[in-house]
Design a protein around this ligand. Structure first.
Ligand code: TTJ
Length: 648
């Protein structure tokens, strides 16, 4: 390795970058990004501390307040951050919590921690990226106060400012506008996160207040996970009530709640460890799946409901299942895996959850025979559909073998030449005419085009049968080639990116919504594995003729428009694109399809409650509500938390 561009970090750099300076220099390394998501990360770092304290059994109320001056506070009623001087450093523990990376844990005697190995980087990161941060600790009869400014410099040293008979911690901070692309806290984002936390920590009261609008809300769930599942399924038809089991006396505490729904063909399983989402599942989810499968199979066999020698597959048993799994694991048994540490590795969680669910659910099935029989019938239906689908696929393959050269499954699809599936991209294009333009402009090697005629079917409230009869979606399932529903496997997808390309208007946004609804219901793994994108065409072209030659710039939003005008200079002309159809194939390629110049938004569904809300209510039958949402939220120029902006 040579040259400065390939600089390798050595211990000197590490020393230099340690502490808050490092955070300020590379904020994204600590909080993921400096957009709206990163901004809210600052909030979670503080809230998690209060939640940890409640999780350890100290404090039943947690309050979050958004202020008019752009700051936010979190208050708990825990023991209070220790204020005594730490011998080794000569500084107070309180100061260290806000100035040293990861200092939090050193002063705690917590049995469970939300941050171990996961995203938690500590309250000091919030301090580093704030214009100011102040903390009041109510402890030992006194109110202790400290204040920092400009990313962690003490401006008001730790002092006692009064007496109190309360205990707890109050932190208020104002994010640094020079760091973030937006410093506006979002009510919905904080609302959902606190509600999720309240479901997981039953008995704790969460208060959220927004002084900008006067809105306020309280979350408090005595039945925790049961109410979580009920909320996720609020708009669905159910086959059973929410079933829940818990074992809170073992070394590892287990809680699960689940419910079966009709007319729902996917599975929705969210798992948590110590109140933190395990996005990529892990040993506890494996145990849960095994336990459910075993219980239903054994029940069906014992009651002679299956043909001899036939067993139900796991996916047959999980169609329409919504489940929340929450484990509390002490720090000494905690293992995480994967690049983002979002997967539980603790080996004993598998047999533990497996046996627990098996025993409890077997008992439940025998006590609730009518439900059990309905459930087995539903599973057998799923099994039959799976077998029929496999047969149809094999038949199609055999037919294709016979008629060589005729492997194109749809007349409308223009496939790419490459068979390198990971590199291939499928553009789903609004309208035949834009489809034609895209076909001419595309990279023939890696880009395939599937034009859509009119609006796709709304799959929110239709039966599987009806969806499969829909020509558009049947084509899409064939084209993607990875199955659908509980059988869908994103690894089999014939495309590494599925890109929805519509006009930048409300109709286009509606089409996006309908396609996302379909993917959400039948190919959820496509979204969760990050393969679904929305192409963002430019809104303007600014141009003029100079020395008989045309010079031009594209703009994606009003800010970009101003820049483009300045760049082109006096005498510019502007054309505003009303749709993809107004672009030539070259223009469409260079602005929207060329991986080197285009703007894509990656569709991301990280927030379970927000997703159910958006899919269930907004993509459902209430067109007025949907239109309002689309107009308010589908802004082609901002990064919504729902969609992550990426280039390439
Ligand atoms: C640590 O171990 C001794 C008793 O107190 C423990 C502690 O630090 N508790 C604690 C920290 N409760 N609340 C916090 C806290 C709350 C907020 C809102 C923000 C921060 C950084 C910490």
């Amino acid at each position: 390795m040579s040259g400065k561009s390939n600089h390798v970090y050595d211990e000197n750099d590490i020393v230099l970058l340690k502490g808050l300076e490092g955070v300020k220099k590379r904020p994204a390394m600590y909080i993921g990004s400096t957009n709206s998501m990163g901004l809210h990360h600052l909030v979670w770092e503080i809230v998690d501390n209060a939640v940890d304290e409640a999780l350890s059994g100290f404090g039943k109320n947690i309050s979050v307040t958004i202020y008019k001056d752009g700051s936010l506070s979190v208050q708990d009623e825990g023991r209070g951050i220790p204020t005594g001087i730490n011998n080794a450093t000569g500084k107070s523990a309180l100061e260290l919590v806000f100035t040293e990376l990861h200092a939090g844990g050193k002063f705690s005697d917590k049995a469970y921690t939300t941050s171990a190995g996961l995203h938690g980087v500590g309250a000091s990161v919030t301090n580093a990226l704030s214009e100011w941060l102040e903390c009041n600790v109510f402890r030992d009869g006194e109110i202790h106060h400290i204040k920092f400014a400009n990313g962690g410099k003490i401006i008001e040293p730790l002092t006692v400012i009064g007496k109190t008979n309360r205990h707890g911690t109050y932190v208020r901070f104002k994010p640094d506008a020079n760091v973030f692309s937006t410093v506006e806290f979002k009510w919905d984002t904080i609302y959902n996160r606190l509600q999720e936390s309240a479901f997981l920590l039953k008995g704790v009261h969460y208060f959220l207040k927004d002084e900008r609008t006067g809105d306020s809300v309280e979350f408090h769930y005595e039945n925790g996970l049961q109410e979580y599942v009920a909320t996720l399924n609020a708009n669905k038809k159910s086959l059973s009530p929410v079933i829940s089991f818990e074992d809170l006396n073992a070394h590892i505490k287990t809680e699960v709640a689940f419910q079966y729904c009709l007319e729902d063909y996917g599975e929705t399983i969210y798992s948590y460890v110590n109140n933190v989402r395990t996005r990529d599942g892990g040993t506890h989810e494996t145990g849960f799946r095994m336990g459910i499968t075993r219980a239903v199979n054994d029940f069906a066999t014992e009651n002679n409901l299956l043909k001899k020698g036939v067993k139900l597959e796991g996916s047959d048993i999980r169609e329409g299942l919504t489940a929340i799994i929450s484990l509390k694991i002490p720090e000494d048994s905690l293992e995480f895996e994967g690049q983002t540490k979002g997967k539980l590795g603790t080996p004993e969680a598998t047999p533990l959850v497996n046996n627990f669910i098996y025993t409890q659910f077997t008992y439940y099935l025998n006590e609730n025979k009518e439900f059990a029989l309905n459930l087995v019938k539903k599973c057998i239906d799923a099994q039959n559909a799976r077998v029929a689908a496999r047969k149809a696929k094999e038949d199609a393959r055999n037919t294709n073998k016979k008629i060589k050269n005729e492997v194109i499954l749809s007349g409308k699809l223009t496939p790419p030449q490459s068979k390198d599936y990971a590199k291939n991209e499928l553009f789903i294009v609004e309208g035949d005419s834009a489809g034609g333009t895209a076909r001419t402009g595309r990279d023939r090697m890696y880009q395939g085009i599937l034009p859509l005629r009119g609006k796709p079917l709304n799959t929110d409230n239709v039966t599987l049968d009806r969806m499969l009869k829909n020509e558009e979606f049947a084509t899409l399932i064939n084209t993607i080639g990875a199955g659908y529903g509980a059988n869908f496997d994103p690894e089999d997808a014939h495309y590494g990116k599925i890109i929805i390309m519509t006009d930048a208007d409300t109709d286009g946004a509606h089409i996006q919504t309908l396609l996302l609804t379909f993917f959400y219901h039948y190919m959820r793994g496509l979204i969760t594995s990050g393969k679904v994108y929305i192409a963002v065409p430019p809104l303007y072209r600014v141009y003029k003729y100079k020395d008989k030659k045309e010079i031009f710039e594209y703009a994606w939003d009003d800010e970009g428009l101003e820049k483009a005008k300045a760049k082109i200079g006096q005498g510019y002309l502007i054309s505003r694109y009303k749709g993809l159809g107004e672009m030539s194939s070259e223009q469409l390629w260079e602005t929207t399809m060329n991986p080197r110049t285009r703007l894509l938004i990656q569709v991301n569904i990280d927030d379970p409650l927000l997703v159910e809300y958006r899919v269930g209510v907004l993509m459902g039958n209430d067109t007025a509500l949907r239109k309002k949402w689309v107009e308010e939220n589908v802004d082609f120029s901002t990064n919504d938390d729902f969609m992550k902006e990426v280039k390439r």
